[in-house]
Design a protein around this ligand. Sequence first.
Ligand SMILES: [Zn+2]
Ligand SMILES: [Zn+2]
Length: 289
Amino acid sequence: MPAFGRHPTAQAVHVWGEVLLIDCGESTQIQMQRFGVKWRHLNHIFISHMHGDHYFGLPGLINSMSLLGRAAPLHVYGPKELLPIIDAIQSVAETVLTYEFHYHVLPEGDAVLVDNEYYTVKCFPVEHRIQCHGFLITSKTRGRKIVPEKCREYEIPRYYYDKLKQGEDYEKADGNVVKNEWVTVDGPSPRTYAYCADTLFTDSFIKYIKGAHTVYHECTYMEKDADKAAARFHSTAKQAAKIAKMAAAEKLLLGHYSSKYRDVEPFAEEAKEFFENVYASIEGMTYDV
Ligand SMILES: [Zn+2]
Ligand SMILES: [Zn+2]
């Protein structure tokens, strides 16, 4: 439930200038406006499961983008039960979207959902009261990084920069060769973000998230309420820390706090005993992966 200024789940993952939206709880479009997340950079939305705190904001966002004249196709990946709901909302209002809407049903197990030049997105099953998926996003390197002043020094024409990014040397008109490593440096290495959605404490999905740089894991409860967490297919902060440790992650982001807790810092304090680099995530904040 929304509480203490906190809204239901939605995360904007920025990869190479694109925004990937994971879950779309109530008021996501309002929060996007508030925090300057541009829907024009959004082409893919991933919905983990059919609990309302993860998708009640989706019909509104889909409609608003149409009212604002969106033209680019939109791809939504989610449970099979979600499409008829979206269809019903649109058909009773006789809505005709201004853009192509593609819905992709998540399989029961793991799968590659997107694999393009810039990143891959995979889904994997977690253990919740109903079927639920986590998502694994891995950015790709975009070749070598140009050092412009070096390129100018060696008088390499601009049109050749793409070839330099692909690692090629440059041969001058006089036959002298400019080695690629003289004018470029290594591009940023790939980074992986694991979003573990809503889940009870289990090592069943470690095999999918092992080696992820940053892990997001829910902690609906503190450890003193571990019995409640287990009964409701949720986790505690301590359990989230154990998952991050098992996954050998660099960083852990916590979230999905129960509305019964006013402060979220105690979640981070509890987790810190088991995993050092942990943040109790707060909406509107940006975290490096
Ligand atoms: Zn749930
Ligand atoms: Zn939830």
